[in-house]
Design a protein around this ligand. Structure first.
Ligand code: CP3
Length: 356
């Protein structure tokens, strides 16, 4: 058992307990919008950063120390275990992640490994232990993994895609191969998250970022069952789980049946509506539009007020964005957002943000 945490608001909200105020953290809270992150990044490549526990721990701690968020999240990437499956992975400054030899056939799928997590990705476990040493019980640490469908989109498309035509073409022409691929990713993710749990994470988030590109019928066949299998397999560890889907408006009721403690939603639906559609036993996370951090402090305050109002009196709410924070976000606006949630709407407007 981990010793009691000094701030356990986040874990209590995940479990649906009443909290004095909603906890707040920000998806992609350690990232390029922070000059201090850019400094760490100068020392190595993005993958090098993910694979060096001391640097990954430094990056994880930046938003903890600078923004005062209520949870830390492991600094890593959803594609790390995919590389361990045997796929060459590249990150470029402009194109983001790419796989030079994407999965195109059944033969490509058969060549993929279900890696032994400590042997291939032990640096992640080491980073988790190092982060917990630095947190020394101040805050919970969130671990994460990509969901099988979202990981498959990158593996089949080979790069960031707008229409997901390759992975969907596989779905409509050779569903069996796609299911075999999803099955292998699922086994990998279960073992990978088990390693993170053993290393000391307090909760985990599954990113099914691109499952919102599927029709409900295909979501139920190619995304949901695999996430459910992960959640079921990890249930015995008893730590809270979060499922994030971007564009989940048409999938929300299905998404809830994955069995996570929390569903994390984007900004395309009001939380008043989400609240009606999600049973009281399931917590809700989201849903501020990340672009609102690029506007004026007064409008950010109004957007925050509306969200807090929509969720008033509903136990089990975690304040967050509807997707990752954008690289062009002023740090002062991220700080202001955290203080609006923690201190209330009268929180002082930081002078830098006033000038936006
Ligand atoms: O939340 C956090 O602070 C933890 C770190 C984290 C990163 N990626 C760091 C990162 C997490 C949780 C992720 C998840 C991730 N990675 C997702 C799911 C969430 C989402 O935003 O949709 C996806 C789809 C990826 C894949 C990925 N990694 C893309 C598409 C890109 C390029 C686009 C971009 O935003 O830069 C990355 C790179 C990446 N992952 C960076 C960071 C800090 C930037 C890398 C750099 O320093 O150049």
């Amino acid at each position: 058992m981990t010793p009691a945490l000094k701030n356990d608001l986040f874990l209590r909200a995940c479990r649906g307990e009443k909290t004095e105020r909603p906890p707040v953290w920000i998806m992609r809270q350690a990232g390029r919008y922070m000059p201090e992150y850019q400094e760490i990044r100068k020392k190595t490549s993005f993958l090098g950063l993910c694979k060096t526990p001391d640097l990954a721990a430094q990056a994880t701690m930046l938003p903890v120390d600078m923004l005062g968020v209520d949870a830390a999240i492991l600094f890593s990437d959803i594609l790390i275990p995919v590389e361990a499956m045997g796929m060459e992975l590249e990150f470029s400054e402009h194109k983001g992640p790419s796989f030079p030899r994407p999965v195109q056939s059944r033969m490509d799928v058969d060549r993929l490994l279900v890696p032994e997590p400590v042997a291939h990705t032990g640096f992640v476990a080491e980073a988790i232990r190092e982060i917990n040493r630095r947190l020394s019980g101040r805050l919970p640490l969130i671990g994460f993994a990509g969901a099988p469908f979202t990981l498959a989109t990158y593996m089949v498309e080979g790069e960031i895609s707008k229409d997901f035509s390759r992975v969907k073409q596989m779905m409509f022409s050779d569903p069996e191969t796609l299911h075999t691929l999803l099955d292998r990713i699922t086994e990998t993710v279960i073992r990978y998250l088990e390693m993170q749990i053993e290393a000391g994470i307090h909760a985990y988030q599954i990113f099914d970022t691109w499952a919102g590109s599927l029709s409900p019928v295909h979501y139920r066949s190619f995304a949901l069952p695999y996430v459910r299998r992960i959640v079921d397999s990890l249930q015995r560890h008893g730590i809270p789980s979060i499922l994030y889907v971007n564009g989940s408006c048409a999938l929300l009721e299905d998404m809830v049946t994955a069995g996570t403690n929390v569903v994390s939603v984007d900004w395309r639906m009001s939380l008043a509506n989400v609240r009606e559609r999600v049973p009281a036993s399931v917590s809700i996370q989201g849903n501020l539009d990340p672009v609102s951090l690029l506007g004026t402090p007064a409008i950010l305050r109004e957007e925050t007020r509306r969200i807090l109002e929509d969720m008033k009196g509903r136990p089990g709410y975690v304040f967050n964005l509807g997707h990752g924070i954008l690289p062009s976000t002023p740090v002062s606006m991220a700080k202001y957002l955290v203080s609006l949630v923690q201190k209330g709407l009268d929180a002082p407007v930081p002078s830098k943000a006033q000038a936006v």
